[in-house]
Ligand binder design. Structure first.
Ligand SMILES: *[C@@H]1O[C@H](CO)[C@@H](O)[C@H](O)[C@H]1NC(C)=O
Ligand SMILES: *[C@@H]1O[C@H](CO)[C@@H](O)[C@H](O)[C@H]1NC(C)=O
Ligand SMILES: *[C@@H]1O[C@H](CO)[C@@H](O)[C@H](O)[C@H]1NC(C)=O
Ligand SMILES: [Zn+2]
Length: 581
């Protein structure tokens, strides 16, 4: 009896959530000076030998970690990656940590200090900043101002159009709806990101009626209809919903099935098209012999990586979507532009659930790793960035190797002597204080499993469901490949589109005489006239690098943009977690 109680007690102590796992550093030599002296020397050498590629980018790959690629998410995601291997985690690297160049981006919208995903995506895809909640339009258009958005001069062209004008194949892969803010910024012009289906416009009133919903812009207009690969969620907005119990967010009132219309339009052009809704269909599609591929893997978004059905009838990993997209796009002789968005990192955070969000981040990282193996970095610009941050922070003085979802066990440091989690939010659903008759107190987490995927850390200010807000601090941008070194300091977010366009010689930068073959510039001992002052400020990029005053050149016309050997692969791997709301 007593033995049984003891055994039970020991077992319970072992599995009790209050006993936290501490992961160990992978290299025991790190307590020796020599370890760090050697490590630093190696890294210096790498920096000194860092080549700069100054040829025309054949491919531009942009990974966009939408929402939640704030610095905190990157650090926490890196630690999670290491801890999943059984290590302490802090010493781990995410694949983009080793990219050759990086910078910081200012994410504000023209009318907001803290931005939304629509205006930020407009900035990094068109090179022009706009107002909160607007897509594909400049600062003359305020949210929901339909009339202003319809004026041609207020509409901006995006890298999707630049790439198509240059004869490149284009595509988008997202885990959010294909009509959600980030993908929509590629092709839609609208004063309000939530006008994803016609019913939303009708609800907005008569002034909104002249505006076309985002789903229709995708299938009816250029450049949306010209995309060779469209993958994500969003069957509901497209009028092709399947799930009976799914939440009704934007159901078409016009009864149109835009997927069917898209297929018929492709057939009438004599092109082959495939429409996919499951992992099995994705596996079986012949990407080497199909002109157009549309995959819609959710009525709303594609399910979270932690929740998805992994069977053939279920939904794919973002990596598998990217693989098929690349198979299709790499067939293009002129190169391609692909944007990949990890769209649910954002959602996990809006719901105050770090575990879900960080697993999405690592899923996107796998997609980046896989992509790097399949492209030639001497002809492919790969950019990884985020649209904005979130209000999650990493706090306390947890022990090295402490579970990243675990608790800070330094209760003596805080005045209420209660444990708290390393990851916490300044606002969100995790708000949880009570009044005990004399004082405001917070939940005692001692016996709570804070590593659960549904656990919500404490938030200082309460929000409505799924409405934890974005954060306003800068985000990082990482780059590899031709012209990666043009990311070198703090930039406006809109600068990203300029670097991609310049690297690939498309859009405003299509007047370009750089060779497509590899030209290497090493900044220590091999200066050339294009880069004779790389340490100085870059206030005049156009003059310095291009020499032909290309900025501001009209890009709407499709004539004259010839990128002979350029395959522009613009991969926006947007780990942009979508705005949930
Ligand atoms: C309320 O909490 C405070 C701090 O833990 C404690 O000192 C006080 O006794 C509590 N009051 C009641 C009525 O439980
Ligand atoms: C708040 O704390 C109570 C226990 O004190 C717990 O039952 C509840 O789930 C918590 N709510 C949230 C939103 O964390
Ligand atoms: C928190 O809960 C643990 C376990 O029940 C308990 O030992 C501890 O005294 C509690 N702390 C406070 C400050 O109430
Ligand atoms: Zn968001």
């Amino acid at each position: 009896m007593i033995t049984a109680m003891m055994v039970t007690g020991v077992l319970c102590a072992l599995i009790a959530p209050s006993t936290q796992k501490i992961f160990m550093p992978p290299d025991a030599r790190e307590s020796e000076s020599s370890y760090w002296l050697e490590q630093g020397r190696r890294e210096l050498q790498e920096a000194l030998e860092q080549p700069r590629l100054t040829n025309k980018a054949k491919n531009v790959i942009l990974f966009l970690a939408t929402v939640w690629m704030g610095i905190t998410a990157l650090t926490a995601g890196r630690i999670l990656k290491g801890q999943k291997k059984g290590n302490s985690g802090e010493e781990e690297s995410l694949v983009w940590d080793r990219f050759s160049n990086m910078g910081m981006l200012k994410t504000y919208n023209l009318d907001r200090q803290v931005p939304d995903s629509a205006a930020t995506a407009t900035a990094f895809l068109s090179g022009v900043k706009g107002n909160y909640l607007t897509l594909g339009v400049n600062g003359n258009v305020k949210s929901q101002d339909c009339a202003a958005s319809l004026q041609r001069e207020n509409q901006v062209s995006t890298i999707l159009e630049w790439a198509q004008d240059a004869g490149k194949d284009t595509g988008v892969v997202s885990t959010a709806q294909v009509t959600h803010a980030t993908p929509a910024a590629l092709y839609a012009k609208t004063p309000y990101r939530y006008w994803q289906c016609d019913a939303a416009i009708t609800r907005a009133g008569p002034d909104a009626l002249p505006c076309k919903d985002i789903a229709r812009q995708l299938v009816e207009d250029n450049p949306g209809r010209g995309m060779k690969v469209i993958m994500g969620g969003g069957r509901q907005e497209m009028g092709a919903g399947q799930e009976t119990d799914v939440k009704q967010k934007c159901v078409r009132a016009d009864g149109r099935d835009l997927v069917q219309e898209w297929r018929e339009a492709r057939a009438s052009e004599g092109a082959s098209a495939a429409y996919l809704t499951t992992t099995e269909e994705l596996r079986n599609v012949n990407a080497r012999d199909t002109d157009y591929i549309m995959g819609l893997f959710g009525d709303l978004h594609v399910p979270y990586e932690l929740d998805r059905d992994r069977s053939g009838a279920g939904t794919p990993h973002i990596k598998d979507m990217v693989k098929v997209a690349l198979q299709r796009l790499k067939r293009s002789d002129n190169g391609f532009f692909l944007m990949v968005e990890g769209g649910r990192i954002d959602h996990g955070l809006h719901h105050g659930m770090p575990h879900r969000a960080l697993e999405e981040l690592l899923a996107m990282e796998e997609a980046v790793t896989e992509t790097l193996q399949g492209v030639d970095l001497e002809e492919t610009l790969v950019v990884v960035t985020a649209d904005h941050s979130h209000v999650m922070t990493m706090n306390g003085y947890p022990a090295r190797g402490n579970d990243i979802f675990g608790k800070v066990m330094n209760e003596e440091d805080v005045s209420d002597h209660l444990p708290y989690t390393t990851l916490m939010f300044t606002n969100g659903e995790g708000f949880n204080y009570t009044w005990n008759g004399t004082e405001v107190i917070r939940r005692n987490l001692t016996n709570v499993d804070t590593t659960d995927k549904d656990f919500r850390p404490l938030a200082a200010v309460p929000t409505y469901k799924g409405s934890e807000t974005h954060g306003g601090e800068d985000v990082a941008v990482y780059a590899n490949g031709p012209m990666a070194h043009l990311f070198h300091r703090v930039h406006e977010q809109s600068y990203v589109a300029h670097v991609m366009g310049y690297a690939a010689c498309i859009g405003p930068y299509s007047d370009c005489d750089r060779p497509a073959h590899k030209t290497q510039y090493k900044h220590v001992n091999n200066h050339n006239h294009h880069h004779d002052d790389d340490d100085d400020d870059d206030g005049d990029e156009g003059g310095k690098y291009g020499g032909k005053g290309k900025y501001g050149k009209g890009v709407s016309g499709s004539g004259g943009v010839v990128v002979s050997s350029g395959a522009v692969v613009l991969w926006w791997c947007v780990v942009v977690s979508r705005l949930l709301w």
